[in-house]
Design a protein around this ligand. Structure first.
Ligand SMILES: [Cu+2]
Length: 128
């Protein structure tokens, strides 16, 4: 290969990689900026909620993105704050915004019968 061809091929490879990494960087920035918290929904036998415990600040609005990475439908609810996402289908992500107005420790849970261990698909949120 001639020197000029080598330079051209190198430039094309770098431009392609740059575009790919650029898209990932923008996506990461976008998610970090718009969502206070990202939750992964998994049935208990596949690891359960991740994170299963998290902390929020009283009076500060939060925007939670719940991502269902499984092949079954899940739901999401924090009954103490009247927060609910009725259905998050397989592979879907949905968000919910609310402001925790009281301190304490509260359960969050899946609201769709998703597995034999569905009743254990729970987590805990602390408001400080
Ligand atoms: Cu579930």
């Amino acid at each position: 290969m001639k020197r000029n061809e080598l330079i051209a091929v190198t430039c094309i490879i770098l431009a392609t990689l740059g575009a790919i990494f650029g898209v990932f960087a923008i996506e990461k920035f976008r998610l970090a900026k718009f969502y206070t918290l990202k939750l992964i929904a998994r049935a208990p036998e596949n690891g359960n909620w991740y994170p299963q415990k998290f902390t929020l600040k009283q009076g500060e609005e939060v925007r939670i993105l719940v991502r269902n990475i499984e092949t079954v439908t899940h739901g999401f609810a924090i009954p103490d704050f009247g927060v609910a996402i009725k259905e998050i289908k397989a592979g879907q992500a949905k968000s919910v915004t609310f402001t925790p107005d009281k301190k304490g420790t509260f359960p969050f849970l899946c609201t769709v019968w998703c597995s034999e261990r569905h009743m254990q698909m729970r987590g805990e949120l602390t408001v400080e």
